[in-house]
Design a protein around this ligand. Sequence first.
Ligand code: BGC
Length: 723
Amino acid sequence: MFKQIVLVWCAMVLAGAAKAEPVSSAVADPDARAAALVRQMTPEERNLLLHGFFSRPNPINKLPQIGAPFAAGYTPGIARLGIPQLAETDASLGVAWINGKRARNATALPSSMALASTWDLKIAYAGSAAIAQDARASGLNVLLAGGVNLTREPRNGRNFEYLGEDPLLAGTLAGETIRAIQDQHVMSTTKHYALNAQESQQSGIGVNISEAAARESDLLAFEIAIDRGNPGAVMCAYNHFNGPFSCGSEFLLNKVLKQDWGYRGFVMSDWGANHSTADALAGLDRESGEEFDAQIFFGTPLAALDGKDPAYTSRITDMNQRILRSMIANHLFDDPPEIGMPDIARGEAAARTEAAAGAVLLRNNGILPLLKTAKRIAVIGGYSNIGVMSGAGSSQVAPQSGPALAIPTTYAADEWQAKLLMPGAPVKAIATRAPAAQVIFYDGAYPDLAAARARQADIAIVFATQWTSEGMDVPGLNLPAGQDALIAAVAAAKPHTIVVLETGGPVLMPWLDKTAAVLEAWYPGIKGADAIADILFGDVNPSGRLPVTFPASLDQLPRPSLDGLYDFDPRVAVNYDIEGSDVGYRWYARKGLTPLFPFGFGLSYTGFRYDNLELRSEGNSLTASFTVTNTGNTQGRDIPQVYVTSRGNSKGQRLIGWATVELAPAASTRVTVEADPRLLSDWSTQRQRWSMPAGRYDVTVNSSAASVSLAGSTGLEARLLPP
Ligand code: BGC
């Protein structure tokens, strides 16, 4: 029943946002087929699927001999039983380049933060379907995609791989990407389960949070993603969770995931996150990247317990059952991938749409869109004569044509933490759209010289980058390498200064008031330069909305200094009960803080008005209907957001739904958004259920978390949601 309600809500959001693509045919009875295979396994075969290795060439493995493709993870199949291999690639933003060892045949999509800024299910679907098709063409059948960790920490180096700070937005989009991947008959994964919100002391960090706060925030994002996408696998994280490691957490794995959510797929460890054979009893089903663990816990030591210890014997049966069930249900047996050339054009079209819809216009004093007849444009900084920034780590993609530039960091230019620029130079894209203009480029090394160039031009466009990566956090939110001083100098010299940001997440903007416009393009992928130029010149009307709050200063954060950043002690504890489930905008609302830019914020070249709010409530359902009108003279896409601001006696802001609408000038449409009842509830640890308080529910329709357009209230009775 509860799932049905969620489906209705999803359908309503889809009606506003996008039509779902057809879901592929379900496989008949994957449980029975899996069970039949498990019964036929020899004692030796019962151990083969339970561990896998990092599939890149090294002196000891024999990849070519066993036919393994370069991949992040590999488990050979069992030919006697017709069981295919598992060939797993990272794929958050495209088929990853396996730490520099696989450099072609992939589309580099924009960052997940950019995707989240679209708030658009259809765009999420199209991008992930393209990634899955690229993966099939490389012979890969499992994607390590579906990252849904909430942005609790804006300095987290992996925020670009995740979908922002709100559990409903992040969970829904992650679910849609998983659905898209699995519709292509490629298994998907959601990760990193759970509360893996920073990279500093990634493995040693001890996360502490109360059950209710976790269930109402980060775990809810996973729950929504799993409900919607039903991924074949869940990847448990590196960090400790309230004591044990996540991959050995009985609470996270056996209790929440498998028992409470009824999850029937399998849990794989992150690479190096398995710490004991006993993790199997806590609910871990597969050891990944086994060479990263202290020993191969799920190899010989686990096999030795099979048939001897009843607890392990029954778990090993269940572990095989879960892995095989996911493989069968996702067509890995009956529709194997075929190696060939991927459809790069399809991927690039999806990448361009996503980059354009995901860029967020943060400031515009009227300078944008630029006239195509501008005479002299100074383009400064951000490697904008070469390409656009991307984030590093295991998710790094090298596109079909290779990176435009690979800059070595601590690591070599072809290793996992190189700084890669995606091809497509913004300078060129700008020059193409302003053929009558003289476009001058300067790299921005010296602010004075940049200011002099800007002074001589009609308009200055400064590109600024913040490179982030897996394996490290940023120490603060100022732009690195003197770029704040560069922007300040240029803006002082030329009031007509436009700043284009290519960042992993939020940054501070001490120069904001001096600029004419600011566009947050995130890491915009292979078609980023075109998408940015399309917006600057008005070929695309910007429509992205922030999926994260931009703080005004670090003092506003629940933890002004980042735990473990400069600490060599691997056992650092982090207290997430400070903000609890009030992550991001909810923390700002609770504390009465005014951020630099609120969650949900983004400008357009047109305006929108909301009218005639009607609220309906019945049982555990609450719907908000209202009219959206385009009040300007340009066609545009809007994302009205519905929040609850108090429930019964408890105050607190929560996003309960949104719509995406595309409207011609002066056109109106009526939108209905149904709340996910979990967002109307609190988690009752005592009853182990979602509990909706009785009383008045105050609801607002907003253009961002901080700007209310319509307000109303309705009543609901107390109830416990069905399990
Ligand atoms: C990352 C995972 C990734 C895995 C395999 C780990 O370092 O945390 O997200 O899927 O490597 O590359």
